[in-house]
Design a binder for this molecule. Structure first.
Ligand code: UDX
Length: 445
């Protein structure tokens, strides 16, 4: 089957490459000529483990190609996936202008039955908007179906999430459209992956409700961590004790500096907006958003206290990306930490394995910081280290080497990557989330 994937950003590239891997003939389209030229040269514009290999393999097999020519790609295709950006507007609503433009082009080029699939996270009701737009532009002479097929890809494990999903959600109005989707996802169906077939509105809502719930879980454990500090409990044990209850589950119970990224902040704000537009309130999500802001501010206080004030201090910051295994800086919780530190008079020496060029590009949105080659260079001459991102390489730091570079042996771990006693045994004062601070024996008080 011929498939056109419009938008060669994160979701579009992963979707296109994986569908080609399922044996589909995929054309990836983007209006950004430089991006398409890079893809044609075999350069992948984003950092995602495994993506380059799967793109290369399917391009070589002739199942995946890239173009800026939207009209012809639409005309050839049986299914058109819309995977363009839906950036947040200043009031939190999703900007649907790119989705609308693609729907217009599909309408202009509708030359036979097509299934139009929205992959981008879009407000409930967008499927209907796409349907109306395509019908208007095509003059109503051709049949088509609009399907909502939300993605649940996590950055850093997107390929695995696509090829081995917990479920596939298909929102459609007709069986004919569902059948086309089942053909496309044949290998997943054969592997026993559950399919949730719903109407378009329910499918759109599943995405928002899922992301809202996961964000709630993170904010929940972040607030539990704060209370653990006050009562002398250990959040890691508490999270494990909670997570073993199969009704709760262990995932997304890791305390941190607040959730960031391209999805959770945007989707939680958007679902709160959707509720409001319908005269409702999503009170839990409102609370999650304000808890996430507060957690981010609390991190600055924590670092300030650990350093005994920040004015004139130098902080080695390990991690800039919003989470490990990505170069993505969007809504990274490291940003408010940096702003807070610089505001209070500290100098920041930062290292991130993948996100430094994205961070450099954020000037002037990000205050000036010194970028370093590795964790040890960042620590050289600093008054302490702050870990902000859960990169695996930060779990395996050479603590003796790190300590030898620092002016004073302080490690503030905003991701709880280490066992407090182990770090203290290496001569560090160790401050983490939801756990008692640790210090080398004999150094307390
Ligand atoms: C998320 C969803 O998981 C995915 O299904 C959806 O399609 C897009 O949004 P992503 O943004 O890539 O994926 O990252 P995710 O791994 O979910 O983490 C989001 C944020 O929450 C990160 O800042 C991460 O560090 C933080 N997080 C996650 C925690 O602080 N604690 C956790 O236990 C889990």
């Amino acid at each position: 089957m011929k498939i056109c994937v419009v938008g060669s950003g994160y979701v579009g590239l992963v979707t296109g490459a994986c569908l080609a891997d399922f044996g589909m003939a995929v054309t990836g389209v983007d209006k950004d000529a430089a991006k398409i030229a890079a893809l044609l040269r075999g350069e992948i514009p984003i950092y995602e483990p495994g993506l380059e290999e799967i793109v290369e393999k399917n391009v070589r097999a002739g199942r995946l190609r890239f173009t800026t020519e939207l009209a012809s790609a639409i005309r050839e295709a049986r299914a058109v996936f819309i995977a363009v950006g839906t950036p947040p507007l200043p009031d939190g609503r999703a900007d649907l202008s790119f989705v609308r433009q693609v729907a217009e082009s599909i309408g202009d080029n509708l030359n036979g039955y097509k299934v139009i699939v929205t992959k981008s996270t879009v407000p409930v009701g967008t499927g209907q908007m796409v349907e109306n737009t395509v019908r208007e532009r095509s003059g109503g002479g051709q049949e088509f179906a609009v399907v909502s097929n939300p993605e649940f890809l996590r950055e850093g494990s997107a390929i695995e999430d696509f090829l081995e999903p917990d479920r596939v959600v298909v929102g459609a109005r007709t069986q004919r459209a569902v059948d086309v989707m089942l053909d496309i996802y044949g290998p997943l169906k054969a592997a026993g992956v559950p399919f949730v077939v719903a109407n378009v509105e329910s499918a759109e809502m599943i995405k928002y409700a899922s992301n809202g719930f996961l964000a709630t879980k993170i904010s929940f454990i972040n607030e539990v961590a704060e209370i653990c500090e006050a009562v002398g409990a250990d959040v890691e044990v508490v999270a494990r004790g909670m997570g073993l209850d199969s009704r709760i589950g262990p995932k997304f119970l890791h305390p941190g500096p607040g959730f960031g990224g391209s999805c959770f902040p945007k989707d939680t704000r958007a679902v709160a907006q959707i509720a409001e537009q319908h005269g409702k309130r999503f009170e839990i999500i409102d609370a999650v958003l304000s808890a996430n802001d507060r957690v981010q501010r609390r991190m600055i206080e924590k670092v300030d206290q650990a350093f005994g004030g920040l004015a004139g201090k130098t902080v080695a910051l390990l991690g800039l990306a919003f989470k490990g295994d990505t170069d993505d800086m969007r809504e990274s919780p490291a940003i408010p930490v940096i702003e807070g530190l610089v505001d209070r008079g500290a100098a920041v020496r930062a290292f991130d394995p993948a996100a430094m060029s994205a961070a450099r590009a954020m000037v002037p949105a990000l205050p000036p910081i010194t970028y370093c080659q590795d964790a040890y260079e960042a620590a050289t001459g600093a008054d302490g280290v702050v870990i902000a991102t859960e990169w695996n390489q930060f779990r395996a730091l050479d603590l003796a080497e790190l300590r030898s570079r620092l002016k004073s042996p302080l490690l503030v771990d905003l991701r709880n990557l280490y066992q407090p006693l182990r770090v203290a045994a290496e001569g560090f004062r160790y401050v983490s989330l939801g756990r008692a601070d640790a210090a080398p024996e004999g150094s307390r008080g």
